[in-house]
Design a protein around this ligand. Structure first.
Ligand SMILES: Nc1nc2c(c(=O)[nH]1)N[C@H]1C(S)=C(S)[C@@H](COP(=O)(O)O)O[C@H]1N2
Ligand SMILES: [Mo]
Length: 422
């Protein structure tokens, strides 16, 4: 099987993309980055890539997230008086943090609507104090091929609220519920082991009660006034229009998503998708390709592309994930200088987790976020090809391994047809 070469070595491409990226943003002198041999880079190549990545915005504007919701109507579509009455406005919002009496869970200071002790929005902000918890996280549904949106979420660790209720014994899980129009059929709920809530796995963020997205109050459409955000999980754990937290001694999950054959314990997977993948190009001109990688629990080591000049030939059945194909590395873009998503001047606020006091990420790419990637294909003869992209995680697992099962999160290898015209 003959494969057309990417005519320039990948290292050189890497320099071109990153250099141009920095130059466009006009921030960092590239020589200072320690890459000396740029003088030979050709301007046209740089410009092609620069143009293609110029439109990429890292964070998604809150109104531009894709939405996955149940409930008829969803609370934010109710008239304002009704929203106020059901606690779906910031100044009427209340949260129960109560024991599951059926399981003998013991909570000494329940926060409850019934007793007039439920947590309100002001008290939630008070718990956040001077240092609210802020982190980057991609919202992604295990049943969809592409992420829903990339956000900077702000809130209060769920454990702080739980400790305020003084739990004392017989608690193994946390069940939590969104608003459901007082109709049992519309309930959306999820759950977590108490251990995950009280202590974060090394290098992970806390589970938060979230009230801001990209520096703005969380809109009703995104789940406001308050939603759960579970950093390491797929979207169904991040219940919107949060109303109650139930501390239980039940040992098993009761998630709404469990009934849809979903793997409800799945950590987010690493995988990549195309953003810019032309379908028809002229021979002779370099072809820019861009995409995003979703960075799951395994981290992101590489993004690779495979140009297949024989798209109609069957691939050997014993290699279903094309591991023997001649994959070639693409470039993972460095963190942006402007983060987009509607942040004033594209600037992140202070105290974002895993960012330094100067606003620089302590490592990149970060788990449970996205990273953009780009590459330039050159020297492709006229003809029809498929182009595929895949990730390699930090342990060397090539997508869709180590977890290829569909209901634990979509991560099939994406393929795109391209015709190079003579
Ligand atoms: N109350 C409630 N919360 C919910 C849902 C829902 O239907 N109702 N959908 C969940 C699912 S399956 C996903 S993937 C995410 C989607 O979040 P988004 O609409 O903000 O993108 O919300 C989750 N939270
Ligand atoms: Mo979902």
């Amino acid at each position: 099987m003959q494969n057309p070469p990417l005519s320039r070595d990948i290292c050189q491409q890497h320099l071109e993309v990153t250099r141009r990226y920095f130059m466009r943003l006009g921030t960092v002198g590239f020589a200072a980055m320690g890459y000396p041999s740029l003088l030979e880079a050709r301007d046209t190549d740089r410009d092609i890539l620069a143009e293609t990545i110029a439109d990429l915005e890292y964070l998604t504007h809150p109104g531009e997230f894709e939405t996955v919701e149940r409930g008829n109507p969803p609370p934010y579509k109710l008239p304002p008086e009704k929203r106020l009455a059901i606690g779906m406005e910031r100044n009427s919002w209340k949260l129960d943090v109560i024991p599951d009496s059926e399981t003998k869970a013991r909570v000494d200071n329940p926060l409850s609507r019934e007793k007039g002790t439920a947590l309100d929005f002001k008290s939630l902000l008070k718990l956040a104090g001077e240092c609210p918890t802020r982190f980057l996280k991609v919202m992604t549904c295990n049943n969809l091929a592409t992420p829903l949106g990339m956000g900077l979420w702000e809130g209060v660790p769920l454990r702080d609220v739980i400790w305020a209720a003084k739990p004392s014994a017989n608690i193994r899980r946390v069940f939590y519920y969104g608003h459901h129009n007082e109709d049992p059929k519309q309930i959306f709920r999820s759950s977590l082991p108490i251990g995950r809530v009280l202590e974060d796995p090394p290098g992970d963020h806390p589970v938060i009660l979230c009230y801001k997205l990209n520096g703005e109050w969380l809109s009703g459409e995104r789940g406001g006034p308050v939603r759960m955000i579970v950093p390491d999980a797929y979207g169904f754990k991040s219940v919107k229009w949060l109303k109650s937290v139930v501390l239980t001694n039940a040992p098993a999950a009761n998630d709404t998503y469990a009934s849809g054959n979903n793997d409800i314990d799945s950590w987010m997977k690493t995988m990549c998708r195309f953003i810019y993948n032309p379908t028809r190009v002229k021979a002779g001109s370099p072809i820019p390709l861009t995409g995003l990688a979703q960075v799951g629990v395994g981290g992101l080591g590489k993004v690779q592309v495979w140009i297949n000049p024989r798209p109609d030939e069957d691939w050997p059945k014993d290699d279903p994930y094309y591991t023997k194909a001649p994959w070639q590395d693409a470039t993972i873009l460095p963190p942006p200088d402007k983060w987009g998503g509607g942040l004033p001047e594209g600037k992140l606020p202070a105290d974002v987790r895993f960012f330094t006091a100067e606003g620089k990420p302590t490592h990149w790419p970060m788990r449970y976020t996205i990273a953009h990637w780009a590459t330039l294909l050159k020297g492709m003869a006229p003809g029809k090809y498929t182009i595929s992209c895949r990730t390699i995680d930090n342990r060397g697992n090539a997508q869709p391994m180590p977890r290829p099962f569909r209901k634990s999160g979509r991560n099939t290898i994406e393929k795109s047809l391209i015709t190079v015209e003579g």
